[in-house]
Ligand binder design. Structure first.
Ligand code: NI
Length: 173
C-alpha cells in the first residue's frame, strides 16, 4: 500500500454529489496517479467502514467508479466477493427474475430496507488498469453491482424500495 493512502470520509445522504450522475473516465485518466490513489483510498475506506461496495461519489468524487469485495467466510455472506475495481460499468440483465432482500448503505448509516433486484446480470467495464472486462454476476454480487451502479446514476436504494414498511434500523436500540 502506498504511504499516505487515507481513509476517506463517506458522504451521507443529503449531499448533492450523491444525487448527481457521475462522469465516465478515459483509460488514460484511469491509470493516472490521482485516480489510482482514489482507488487505493476507496479500498481502505470500504474496509474501514465494513462495506461490501463503495461508489466514488460516496467519497465525494463524481466519477464512474465503484469497488466491491468481501472476504470469504464473512458473516452473513459466506461465499465472499472477489475484490473488484470497476470503471464505467455497464450492466446487461440476463433474466427478468428478481429477488427481494435487505440492503444497507454507508451513506445512509444505521438503516436497512428490502429492495427487489435482478438475480443475474452481465457486468462490463474497465478494470483498475483501464482494460475492458466482462463477467457474469449472480445473486448477492449481482445485487451489489446494481446498488453501486445506482449510486453512479445519482440514486440510492431508498429510491428502489416498493415497501417502506420494511425500512428499519439495523440495531434495536
Ligand atoms: Ni450504498
Amino acid at each position: 500500500m502506498t504511504i499516505g493512502v487515507a481513509v476517506r470520509k463517506v458522504v451521507r445522504l443529503g449531499q448533492p454529489v450523491l444525487r448527481a450522475p457521475a462522469r465516465a473516465l478515459s483509460p488514460e485518466e484511469i491509470v493516472s496517479p490521482a485516480v489510482q490513489r482514489l482507488v487505493a483510498e476507496m479500498a481502505v475506506t470500504m474496509a474501514e467502514y465494513e462495506g461490501v461496495g463503495i461508489a466514488a461519489n460516496q467519497v465525494g468524487e463524481g466519477v464512474r467508479l465503484f469497488l466491491m469485495g468481501l472476504a470469504p467466510g464473512a458473516r452473513r455472506h459466506p461465499p465472499g466477493i472477489e475484490l473488484s475495481v470497476v470503471f464505467n460499468p455497464v450492466v446487461k440483465f440476463l433474466t427478468e427474475e428478481t429477488a427481494l432482500d435487505f440492503e444497507g448503505c454507508l451513506s445512509v448509516p444505521g438503516l436497512r430496507g428490502q429492495v427487489a433486484r435482478r438475480v443475474r446480470l452481465e457486468l462490463s467495464g474497465l478494470d483498475a488498469k483501464g482494460e475492458p472486462f466482462t463477467r457474469v454476476c449472480e445473486g448477492f454480487p449481482a445485487r451489489v453491482v446494481q446498488h453501486e451502479l445506482d449510486h453512479l446514476d445519482g440514486k440510492v436504494y431508498l429510491d428502489r424500495m416498493t415497501d417502506l414498511a420494511t425500512l428499519g434500523y439495523t440495531s434495536r436500540v
